[in-house]
Design a protein around this ligand. Structure first.
Ligand code: URA
Length: 450
């Protein structure tokens, strides 16, 4: 076999065999195939695509390139949840404790992430004392005792993906269905849970801009999970404006606490309850999706999810008092406000643009070596559809550097539109994707937000 032939065959739109895919992926991971050939291969895949069989093979090969976590010592059906990424998405911090409060063991390895804010692990590290590094034994004990643990990725989970993703990031080859699917699912399958719930974002702040594209990605990921013998479901959710009211690491922890106190914004509360409800269903603690969702709502209302969050934080060495006093979280030195320049209604807060603004505050990394400012970010006081009078504060930018604050303010201005008439608010939960009892992959569009 030879690398040039494989690149040429893919460039010509031919389907590759398992052996060919393995040759190029493992050769690159081992350092035997150089970046320039892998970049050419990725670009050929980007333009010519891969069929489902090739995507299944690619996922398995990347999964098997490293460790496959064994969670069998944890009692019960372990459910993992993954979001394809969005601005202000702190749902893991909320849905995880809710599902755990309803008896579903959550043993999650999470990433740091490049982009608009840190990943879940960065957000958790804004809690004083919180440890995201744990030995395997301690991780397993924490899940058995407290019902939930979230740690940074340890060992060698899908090292092939790690190397390839870094190359995709700098060669314009991220946004391809097969490459995204295999990248995400290889890590999910290696992480050892029994069932997987995917939150596939759609809108300006997501990889997938339209509902159709998001459904196609979700269906492929659900099919790959199913083919690997894991029960897998997906929700397609809105990412046209930031989720909830905060973007930034400690700001998002603060907001997660508000939601767990059942005092959160409607959008983030609703998505978190739906995700947790499906996790409860996948974990077989509810006999239907609706029952799972109503159990999740109850756990939020009766305070058991909040207490589970406290247990989880303290179990990992964090200061649980942040729940009663969020001023114990890191806070920035400066804040500047964006005020409404007109009377009217907020018709747009472009998620992508808001994410870029957040990155300017220092809340996100531009490169993986960057240090995150855990206290920086943006808090929105208005959402799409809200009425504003000239001079009302639309959002506050938090920052530790005046120059960065000004840059972030300039960026956030570009994200917001005010119009005379109130426009329709985009629906939050757009579709669900699952396998039915006849083993068919179903995409169910949800017509109205309930
Ligand atoms: N997240 C991943 O882990 N991989 C992708 O390709 C895209 C998002």
């Amino acid at each position: 076999m030879n690398t040039i032939d494989i690149i040429t065959r893919k460039r010509n739109g031919e389907a590759l065999s398992r052996n060919e895919i393995e040759y190029i992926i493992m050769g690159y991971t081992a350092g035997e195939i150089p970046d320039y050939q892998m970049a050419a291969f990725l670009m050929a895949v980007f333009f010519k695509g891969m069929n489902k069989e090739e995507t299944v093979e690619l996922t398995q090969i990347m999964k098997n390139s490293g460790d496959v976590v064994d969670l069998s010592r944890i009692r019960g059906i372990k459910v993992d949840k993954h979001s394809t990424g969005g601005v202000g998405d702190k749902t893991t911090l909320i849905a995880g404790p809710i599902a755990a409060a309803c008896g579903v063991p959550i043993a999650k390895m999470s990433g740091r992430g490049l982009g608009f804010t840190g990943g879940t692990v960065d957000k958790l590290e804004s809690i004083p004392g919180f440890r995201t590094l744990m030995a395997e034994e301690e991780f397993i004990n924490q899940v058995n005792e407290k019902g939930i643990a979230v740690i940074g990725q340890t060992g060698q989970i899908a090292p092939a993906d790690k190397k390839i993703y870094a190359l995709r990031d700098v060669t314009g080859t991220v946004e391809n269905l097969s490459l995204i699917t295999s990248s995400i699912m290889s890590k999910k399958l290696a992480a050892g849970s029994d069932a997987i719930l995917l939150d596939v974002k759609c809108g300006s702040g997501a990889f997938m801009k339209t509902q159709d594209e998001a459904e196609t990605l979700a269906s492929l990921m659900v099919e790959i999970g199913h083919a690997a013998g894991k029960e897998t479901m997906a929700l397609i959710t809105d990412m046209s404006q930031p989720l909830g009211h905060s973007v930034g690491n400690s700001l998002e922890v603060e907001e997660a606490v508000e939601v767990l106190k059942n005092q959160g914004e409607e959008d983030i509360t609703k998505i978190s309850v739906n995700l947790a409800g499906l996790m409860i269903f996948l974990g077989k603690k509810a006999s239907s999706r609706d029952e799972g969702i109503s159990m999740a709502r109850k756990a939020l209302e009766n305070g058991s999810a909040l207490e589970k969050f406290r247990d989880f934080v303290e179990g990992q060495g964090g200061n649980g008092n942040i729940i009663d006093d969020t001023s114990l979280l890191p806070h920035s030195n400066f804040s500047v406000a964006l005020k409404a320049w007109d009377n009217g209604y907020v018709s747009e807060i472009d998620a992508m643009q808001a994410g870029l603004a957040s990155q300017h505050t220092g809340a996100g990394r531009m490169t993986k070596e960057d240090r995150i400012d855990l206290s920086a970010g943006i808090r929105f006081h208005r959402k799409v559809g809200d009425k504003v009078n000239k001079g009302d504060i639309i959002c506050t930018v938090f920052c530790n550097d005046c120059e960065k604050a000004q840059k972030a303010l300039d960026e956030i201005k570009k994200a917001v539109r005010i119009e005379g008439n109130r426009l329709e608010i985009p629906s939050l939960i757009k579709s669900e994707v699952y396998f039915d009892e006849k083993d068919r992959c179903i995409v169910h569009r949800i017509d109205h937000d309930s």
